[in-house]
Design a protein around this ligand. Structure first.
Ligand SMILES: [Zn+2]
Length: 593
């Protein structure tokens, strides 16, 4: 694959600051030379995710993931390396050369054709909505009280019959491959083309960058299914987009209301509530949560009450909470969904309910109560246990205290009973989390399964790599003759040192992280870079590590000689030689101590 030159990649890396980029996703606090925050790649309660502005790397001491700015962006956005380059180049105002990479170009070309097709299709459906032939859709829109401005903003349309769109796209000169790639047309076994969406009210789905990536279609009669969406394809992946975000991102509010359906989002928007998105019918995902981070810190869930309580929804809410959002649940009364509510009671009343949204904890307690009869002793015990479980997950003690107080009074349970139950759980959980968040270096058996590598050995080898990475050729010159890669016992370290020696030998010492492709190795490297070895004098550190290896080699040698001396078959001459060597070694060793 043709790729951008290393110089260019360097320039892009150097023109962006990793702290700036990561701050858009993680709240970072300075601590010494580095920044720390809650890892976005695993669930944790205390920050073990570190970012080094000096080294321009990140590393999580909890889950072990690490890398440079490209790797962070790629991982968090779920995008390819090339796309991270494009984004960061754009941020830095660097213009990228076009690459002559025919396969990649072909995909890019096809993608841009699909975007083009989507736009033409949306406009085709939209125009059709106003024609007499679409009376059924017009009636529906009247019934739902959507005004013309809303129809235009969301480019709502009405799909035709049979192959109307297919014929339209052919007129525009698109090839069969391009049309099929859009997923808007299906090809049957006998080679006939038929539109995927027929006689449906059409909602184009746009990404944050305002490109149409997919469609949702609603039937206007009783046929099933009521809604269908575009399948995942070149430009659309489910769970990575939110309907209406292209509009909601312009809102001045720091909170976003997530509703279930397109109609809820559209209807609220029309009535002046501009910070609404729809979750596109799937449970909320982490990547949706991350996308929202740029626009809001508070999320209000405006689902229908029965679906808000469902397990899949709950999981989604917990995912969002773990990303650091303040989650609130909207509790509407007197209507089945936000659309109906706002039509019936108006914007003012809706906003009032938004302000009264309850926290996730309150919501969970409410759901819990729904299935229990607190008059029955057994149910009450169950309630106490479950409540304690919910409250034990709150980190803020004051917040927890408030809930305990409230629940104790409301349900006539003694505060002490709740406390003691929570404490049991917290004790259990803390032990669990400590084990989870320990750096993942344990004693590891070598291939032969004989020798055990201790943490001390790995730490020493890590230090060796740290010195090589930071003091490069200078360290290499001093270390290469004394410490052979053969002495390195931890397999990953051995691979790294072999590679570093090989490159340093050629005089290559720039961007060593780029030399490694293996994810495990990169994670280990960033662990080493982020680890605080507390080096004050690196020259002394190099000397120290040299003497450790020297000593170790001498001990090995000494043991070797002793073993050979036990052999009764050696000649007197040999024996004298060995004994001489042994005494030299013993003297030198005693000096080293
Ligand atoms: Zn992590």
């Amino acid at each position: 694959m043709v790729r951008y030159s290393d110089e260019l990649i360097d320039e892009i890396r150097n023109s962006n600051d990793i702290v700036d980029i990561i701050s858009q996703y993680v709240v970072l606090k300075r601590s010494g030379r580095n920044f720390f925050g809650l890892c976005p790649f695993h669930k944790e309660k205390s920050p073990s995710f570190s970012v080094s502005p000096d080294k321009q790397i990140f590393h999580c001491f909890g889950c072990g993931v690490g890398g440079d700015i490209f790797r962070f962006l790629g991982k968090i956005e779920g995008i390819e390396f090339r796309e991270t380059i494009e984004i960061l180049a754009e941020k830095a105002g660097i213009i990228l050369p076009t690459l002559d990479d025919s396969k990649e170009n072909r995909i890019q070309e096809l993608k841009s054709k699909v975007y083009e097709i989507n736009l033409i299709a949306a406009e085709f459906y939209h125009k059709r909505l106003y024609q007499p032939i679409s009376k059924i859709a017009q009636d529906y829109i009247k019934k739902r009280k959507l005004d013309n401005n809303t129809l235009k903003t969301f480019l709502i349309g009405y799909a035709g019959n049979f192959d109307e769109l297919y014929q339209e796209l052919k007129k525009h000169g698109f090839t069969e491959e391009e049309i099929l790639a859009s997923s808007l047309v299906n090809k049957s076994d006998n080679g006939k083309f038929i539109d995927r969406f027929r006689k449906r009210l059409m909602f184009p789905i746009k990404d944050v960058r305002d490109r149409i990536i997919a469609f949702g279609g609603r039937v206007l009669d009783d046929s099933k299914p009521k809604y269908i969406n575009s399948p995942e394809n070149l430009v659309y992946s489910k769970g990575r987009n939110l309907y209406g975000l292209n509009v909601a991102k312009q809102s001045k509010q720091n909170k976003i209301i997530i509703v279930e359906g397109y109609m809820d989002a559209i209807s609220l928007y029309q009535r002046g509530i501009d910070n609404v998105v729809a979750s596109l019918g799937t449970a909320l995902t982490e990547s949706q949560g991350r996308i929202l981070r740029k626009y809001a810190s508070e999320i209000i869930i405006g689902y229908d009450s029965d679906s808000a309580g469902q397990a899949a929804t709950m999981r989604g809410l917990e995912i969002l909470q773990n990303l650091g959002y303040d989650i609130r649940i909207l509790q509407l009364e007197g209507a089945k969904d936000p659309d109906e509510f706002v039509i019936k009671y108006g914007t003012g009343r809706f906003n009032l309910y938004v302000d009264q949204s309850i926290s996730l904890v309150e919501f969970k307690v409410k759901m819990l109560k729904k299935n229990l009869n607190l008059e029955i002793a057994n149910d009450k015990i169950k309630f106490l246990n479950e409540v304690a479980n919910i409250l034990s997950k709150i980190n803020n003690e004051i917040e927890r205290e408030i809930y305990i107080e409230k629940i104790a009074i409301e349900h006539n349970i003694s505060k002490e009973a709740i406390y003691s139950q929570i404490n049991k759980l917290i004790y259990k959980n803390n032990i669990g989390s400590k084990i989870l968040e320990r750096p993942r270096i344990n004693i590891i058996k070598t291939k032969e399964g004989k020798e055990q590598i201790t943490e001390a050995v790995i730490k020493r080898e890590n230090l060796l790599i740290y010195l090589l990475l930071n003091y490069k050729l200078e360290a290499y010159e001093k270390l290469k003759n004394q410490i052979s890669p053969d002495y390195i016992r931890f397999e990953k370290n051995k691979k790294i040192i072999e590679k570093l020696y090989e490159e340093f030998k050629k005089g290559n010492s720039n961007n060593v992280l780029d030399l490694f492709k293996d994810e495990e190795i990169i994670n280990h490297l960033t662990y080493i870079l982020a680890y605080d070895f507390e080096i004050t004098d690196y020259k002394k550190a190099i000397e120290d590590i040299l003497s450790i290896y020297k000593k170790e080699n001498m001990i090995k040698e000494k043991n070797n000689i002793i073993e050979r001396l036990e052999d009764l078959n050696i000649t007197d001459e040999e024996r004298a030689d060995l004994e001489k060597n042994l005494s030299v070694l013993i003297i030198e060793l005693s000096r080293l101590k």
